[in-house]
Ligand binder design. Structure first.
Ligand code: GLU
Length: 505
C-alpha cells in the first residue's frame, strides 16, 4: 500500500434493481475503506440520459441504508468533491477531451449514426479501430481545413480515443495479478458524445482522478474496459497516479454457467435484488432479500463469504468483524456460485443470534403489516424467544406468532374430527375445570396437570396433544404447546378450548 489516504467508490448507473453482485461490490469497497479508516464514496454515473429510470437513484440509497453501508460522500450526503452525480459535472469533462485531441490521443469523428449503421450492416463485426478509422469521416482521415470547416458549421461530432498500434497495455490487479492486453484488440471508444456528455470511459477516469480515488474495485465484467481506462490515465494524469484496481469475481448461477441474473431468481424462486424493485415502465415488481425476510446482517455476511474468507473455517461475521478481518488478497479469483440454501442458513443463524429485544421492532412492524397490533412488547419478546428457532425468514414470524396476539382465523377442525369421541370431550371439559383453578400458570405445571388427567381417564397424552394444539393455534404448527398456553394466559387458553369444543359438538 502506498501512503495515499484510502478512498474507494461505488459508481452505479442507476437503471434498475440493485443486484446482489452490486451489493457485494459495495460491501468489498466499504470493508476495505473502513479497514484502513478510509472514505467510501457513492458516485452516480448517469451520463447516459437515454437510460434514465425514475426512482432508481433513491432506491440505491434505500438499499445501502438497509444494508448499513452508508457512504461518507454521495450526492445525498455531500462532500468536498461534490457534485457526485456525473450529469451535474458535464462541463468538467470537455476540457479533458480537448486536451486529448491536442495531444493527439483522441480525434473528432463526424460519422452520422446512419452512416455507422450502414457500416455495421454491411461489414461483419465492424469495429471503429486502427484498421478502419482512416476509411471513416474524422479529423484523422480528413484534412485540417475540412475538419475546421465541419466544426465551424457546427456539424455534430463525437470524440474518440486513438488507440495506439500494437502496444502492450498492462496493469496489476489486486486479485488477478498482472493482466495484459494488446492494443490491437481495443477499438476507438467514444469519449465525448454528440450531446456533449462524456461516455462512461472518460467520466470514470476523470472523476476517479478528481475525487482522489486510491483503489477502484468493480465487477469482473468491467475488465475488458480496463485498457481504455489505463490509456486515459497515461495520457491525462500519469499512470503512477492511477488507482489500484481489483476486478471482483462474478456471482454465478447455481446451476450451469454464467452470471446470476434476475431471470435465474424468477426461474428458481429466490430474490436477486437487495430490496423490492418495481420497474416504473412495466410496473413489474421483483422481490428483494429484505422483503423476502432477510436480516441485513445475514445478507451482508452471506455476500462477504461469496468470494472471500479469513483463512479459517469461521463463517459468521458481524460487519465490524468483517471490517477487521477483510483483505483484498484473500478474495478469490474464481466466480462464486450462488447457493440459496446457504443464504437461508445464514439468515437462520442470524435470527438466532440477534437478541429478542432487537428483533421485536422488526417483528412488530411485520405483524402490523398483517393487521396484528401488539400492545405488550414484553410478551412479543417471550414469543420471539419461543419461535425464533423455527424461523428461517423474518416473515416466518408472522405465521409462527400471530396466534399469540389474536384468535386463529381458521381452525383445522377437520384434523381433529375423525378421531374425536366422547371420552376426549370429557377430558377437555375436565382440563378446563382444572386449569380454571391452576394457581401457577406455568408450562411445567400445565403439562403435569394435563398428563395426570389423561392418566386418570386412561387416554394416551399423545392422542390429546394434536387436538390441544389445534385448539390453541388453529393448525398443526408452532412450538411446545404448553409454552404456548403459558404465554396465552389462563383466560385465553380456556376460551380457545371452549370455542373448539363448541365447534366439535
Ligand atoms: N458505472 C459503472 C457501473 O455501472 C461503474 C463501473 C466502475 O466501477 O468502473 O457499474
Amino acid at each position: 500500500m502506498n501512503n495515499k489516504k484510502v478512498r474507494v467508490r461505488f459508481a452505479p448507473s442507476p437503471t434498475g434493481g440493485l443486484h446482489l453482485g452490486g451489493v457485494r461490490t459495495v460491501l468489498f469497497n466499504y470493508l476495505f475503506a473502513k479497514h484502513f479508516n478510509g472514505d467510501f464514496i457513492l458516485r452516480i454515473e448517469d451520463t447516459d440520459q437515454t437510460r434514465f429510470v425514475a426512482g432508481a437513484e433513491e432506491y440505491i440509497y434505500e438499499c445501502l441504508n438497509w444494508c448499513g453501508l452508508q457512504p461518507d460522500e454521495s450526492p445525498k450526503h455531500g462532500g468536498a468533491f461534490a457534485p457526485y452525480k456525473q450529469s451535474e459535472r458535464k462541463t468538467i469533462y470537455k476540457k479533458y477531451a480537448e486536451q486529448l485531441i491536442t495531444q493527439g490521443n483522441a480525434y473528432y469523428a463526424f460519422d452520422t449514426p446512419e452512416e455507422l449503421d450502414v457500416k455495421r450492416k454491411t461489414e461483419a463485426n465492424f469495429q471503429y479501430n486502427l484498421h478502419t478509422r482512416m476509411g471513416m469521416k474524422n479529423s484523422l482521415s480528413l484534412s485540417e481545413e475540412e475538419t475546421k470547416k465541419l466544426l465551424a458549421e457546427k456539424t455534430p461530432f463525437v470524440v474518440r480515443i486513438k488507440i495506439p498500434e500494437n502496444e502492450e497495455i498492462k496493469f496489476t490487479d489486486m486479485i488477478r495479478g498482472e493482466v495484459k492486453f494488446n492494443s490491437n484488440q481495443v477499438d476507438d471508444k467514444v469519449l465525448l458524445k454528440a450531446d456533449g456528455m462524456p461516455t462512461y470511459h472518460l467520466a470514470v477516469v476523470v472523476d476517479d482522478y478528481l475525487m482522489k480515488i486510491s483503489h477502484a474495485f468493480r465487477g469482473e465484467e468491467w475488465l475488458p474496459s480496463a485498457p481504455v481506462h489505463i490509456l486515459l490515465w497515461q495520457y491525462l494524469f500519469g499512470i503512477e497516479n492511477m488507482p489500484q484496481w481489483a476486478h471482483l469475481p462474478l456471482i454465478l448461477k447455481p446451476d450451469g454457467n454464467g452470471k446470476l441474473s434476475k431471470r435465474d431468481g424468477d426461474r428458481l424462486g429466490f430474490p436477486v435484488f437487495a430490496m423490492d424493485w418495481t420497474d416504473p415502465k412495466t410496473n413489474e415488481k421483483t422481490i428483494g432479500f429484505k422483503e423476502r425476510g432477510f436480516l441485513p446482517e445475514a445478507f451482508i455476511n452471506m455476500l462477504a463469504m461469496m468470494g472471500w474468507n479469513d483463512g479459517t473455517d469461521k463463517e459468521i461475521f458481524s460487519l465490524q468483524e468483517l471490517i477487521d478481518a477483510f483483505s483484498m488478497e484473500r478474495v478469490h479469483k474464481a466466480g462464486a456460485k450462488f447457493d440459496y440454501e446457504k443464504a437461508k442458513w445464514f439468515n437462520h443463524e442470524w435470527i438466532k443470534k440477534t437478541t429478542n429485544y432487537e428483533l421485536r421492532f422488526t417483528i412488530e412492524s411485520l405483524l402490523k403489516e398483517n393487521n396484528i397490533t401488539v400492545t405488550d412488547l414484553n410478551k412479543l419478546e417471550q414469543v420471539i424467544e419461543l419461535v425464533k428457532d423455527r424461523c428461517t425468514f423474518l416473515t416466518d414470524f408472522v405465521q409462527q406468532s400471530s396466534f399469540f396476539f389474536k384468535q386463529p382465523e381458521t381452525i383445522d377442525i377437520a384434523a381433529i374430527q375423525p378421531k374425536w369421541n366422547e371420552q376426549k370431550n370429557l377430558f377437555f371439559a375436565e382440563l378446563i375445570r382444572t386449569y380454571e383453578l391452576t394457581q401457577q400458570w406455568q408450562h411445567e405445571v400445565l403439562e403435569n396437570e394435563f398428563k395426570e388427567i389423561a392418566a386418570v381417564n386412561e387416554i394416551k397424552p399423545g392422542e390429546l396433544m394434536l387436538p390441544f394444539r389445534i385448539m390453541l393455534v388453529g393448525g398443526k404448527f408452532g412450538p411446545h404447546v404448553f409454552n404456548i398456553a403459558e404465554i396465552l394466559g389462563k383466560q385465553e387458553t380456556i376460551t380457545r378450548i371452549k370455542h373448539c369444543l363448541h365447534l366439535l359438538k
